[in-house]
Design a protein around this ligand. Sequence first.
Ligand code: SAH
Length: 398
Amino acid sequence: MLRHLARKLRASGPVTVAEYMREALTNPAQGYYTRRGGVGESGDFITSPEISQVFGELIGIWYISEWMAMGKPSSFQLVELGPGRGTLTEDILRVFKQLTSVLSKCDVSVHLVEVSPKLSEIQAQMLTGGKVQPNPEDKSAYMEGISKTGIPIFWYRDIQDVPPGYGFYLAHEFFDALPIHKFQRTEKGWREVLVDIDPEAPDQLRFVLSPSSTPATENFIQVRETRDHVEVCPEAGVIIQRLACRIEEDGGAALVADYGHDGTKTDTFRGFRNHKLHDVLSAPGTADLTADVDFSYLRKMAQERTTTLGPIKQREFLKNMGIDLRLQVLLQNSRDTATREQLLHSYDMLMNPEKMGDCFNFFALMPHRRLVHPDKKDKPESKSALPPVAGFNELLLK
Ligand code: SAH
């Protein structure tokens, strides 16, 4: 990967951090996700669904609760962006199976958006036991199969390939993997941070500043920006707008969970390898590269078409979803000390403010009509009968 990048940089000059990140993560031959995709304990970073089954179960309950609040539509598509090892979907489908009596008249299908051939294989194994078939090029899904619980599953490379329909969308630790542009304020104005070959050490990369402003500095920096360093992820803006369009047109909701901030942080671009921080410019393709999600940017991009909720902290969301009660039930049902200790340890990982409880956030998109009663505009004093959204409020299943 370094050789490939060095050749490119020598031939056509420095590239943006976004181009560098895209190559390092998703280059079809050498990208980190394409080849390694190291999610999980034995990989480079661990995610909440890999820590505890309770995480995915509560998210499954969130979708059921929204499906009920929206009047139990006769079908829905569960669409996950960047499903990793498939664990989160597996936990959600287990909840759907347990609630078969509630969902019995609903036609459910699963749609996974995954660029990594290696991870899609792992997902297929996890979710279907390997019972999948590759599709011919002219089909929008590149692979399909049936889940162990009997639900059809389809795989795509791009959200645009997913057919339209009432959709529940999920993006957990997906937006943080999308390429960011980095900018720095200088005495001469805003400059974009670029990646170049180090002239002193030709097999090493270094950051440089663009000599003048670039189309990106013109387009992505707000006039009233007060920070000196800014990261912007235009691809996240495009994807969240696509989700907002789909939800506005066909109904549904999206749940985005990730580490992030509300437009306040400055320098969050970092790498992980073997669960340790890794220099972002060294050995590209061998480490996960990531940046905090700017939820204020996502909100700005989606709010015309949909209502947005959050971001709220993971520990608040999970508490509202009833994690404490779920933990009690699991503890009561487990006899051996090792399992109980494991349950308490994973609860602490997810909820402790110093671990994942505070830095991870939940953010949702839903149709405006889900929160503002159509009559409300004419009769603002009338009490709306719309149920509160679970997770962002306490869970009420009616
Ligand atoms: N949601 C999972 C995995 C997170 S890792 C979990 O929480 O465990 C990021 C995931 O996004 C991986 O599956 C990776 O292959 C996928 N991914 C990264 N960039 C992508 C892109 N541009 N399009 C689709 N999937 C992408």
